[in-house]
Ligand binder design. Structure first.
Ligand code: SF4
Ligand code: SF4
Length: 128
């Protein structure tokens, strides 16, 4: 299961990933990490069966956890291939193909919602 972790600046210097791995015994796969003055943001992947204890362990350390179970959906009939989603997506889910159409790499989606706001044709939504 993919998860989005938010670390506030107060806890960013702590070895929290290592602590969670030691406490839970679950190997955490880090997909993406960004750090700035607002704190840290990590996308991690753990086996579904271990998700609950990993979430509990991170939350007990003050980490905000959002599970990423619901991928984005593109409604093909509504897409006009304008490319607005390409420019806002932080994980490069969208790209132009040689024929000018916009394609989607669903597994990279972190469900930030930026493309939903940017799309002028309501062609994107989160699945329920
Ligand atoms: S922003 Fe919307 S209409 Fe434009 S390419 Fe992306 S999904 Fe299609
Ligand atoms: S929700 Fe965010 S990560 Fe997912 S496709 Fe849209 S912009 Fe990209």
């Amino acid at each position: 299961m993919k998860m989005l972790l938010h670390f506030n600046p107060q806890i960013i210097k702590k070895p929290l990933i290592a602590e969670v791995v030691l406490e839970t015994g679950v190997l955490v796969n880090i997909n993406k990490a960004t750090i700035d003055t607002a704190g840290g943001k990590l996308i991690i992947n753990v086996p579904d069966k271990d998700a609950k204890k990993v979430i509990k362990s991170f939350k007990s350390r003050g980490v905000d956890v959002v599970t990423l179970e619901k991928p984005i959906i593109m409604i093909d009939e509504e897409c006009v291939h304008c490319g607005a989603c390409i420019s806002v997506c932080p994980t490069n889910v969208f790209k132009y193909e040689a024929d000018g159409s916009v394609s989607v790499d669903y597994k990279e989606c972190i469900q930030c919602g930026a493309c939903i706001t940017a799309c002028p044709h309501n062609a994107l939504k989160l699945s329920e």
